[in-house]
Design a protein around this ligand. Structure first.
Ligand code: MHO
Length: 179
């Protein structure tokens, strides 16, 4: 992939272990990094601080992808269909501001695509979409043990009960987009 085709998307849809595992399956995705963004607290937060809710950060992933193989629009469609964008500060059993649904755009093109995708998808949900669309400020990489979490902990409870079924759904829904 040349630098020209390389793009980065930053999204959060609940626990980043899930979002990371989803995008690691997608063709054209070169790298997924779990981290924190969208809060106001200065400095690099720890996971514990983010869980306290006081930093205001959301759990997000930064997805580096080849725009020749997958478009930003498709990245967002996959994102929207693999979490619940209608629940405020909650994803399944995970409750707290860090689990809110967010799209942090990197430029004005991404902003308009995000607005378009949300508008197009709205009729498919029973409840209003609450996904936050905002400019990316600082992204803080999460602790090493959070990276590749699903791959390294596939049999752990949350992974096997929540992420494995989510990936099964992803593979059915987006079979044409898999690696
Ligand atoms: N319910 C999950 C959330 C983890 S996540 C990185 C757990 O604590 O197992 O927020």
């Amino acid at each position: 992939m040349t630098d020209k085709n390389k793009q980065v998307a930053t999204v959060g849809g609940g626990c980043f272990w899930c979002t990371e595992a989803v995008f690691q399956e997608i063709k054209g995705v070169e790298k997924v990094v779990s981290g924190y963004s969208g809060g106001n607290a200065p400095g690099h937060p720890t996971y514990k601080e983010v869980c306290s809710g006081l930093t205001g950060h959301a759990e997000v992933v930064q997805i580096t992808f080849d725009a020749n193989q997958i478009s930003y629009e498709d990245v967002l469609v996959i994102f929207m269909t693999t979490h619940d964008p209608t629940t405020l500060n909650r994803q399944g059993g995970d409750v707290g501001t860090q689990y809110r649904s967010v799209i942090y755009y990197h430029d004005s093109d991404q902003k308009s695509i995000a607005e378009k995708v949300l508008k197009q998808m709205a009729p498919y949900y029973n409840d209003p979409i609450v996904t936050e669309i905002a400019p990316l400020k600082i992204f803080y990489k999460a602790e090493d043990y959070h990276q590749d979490y699903y791959r390294n902990n596939t049999t752990q409870g949350f992974c096997s009960f929540v992420i494995t079924p989510k990936l099964a759904k992803l593979r059915k829904l987006h079979a044409d987009k898999l690696k």
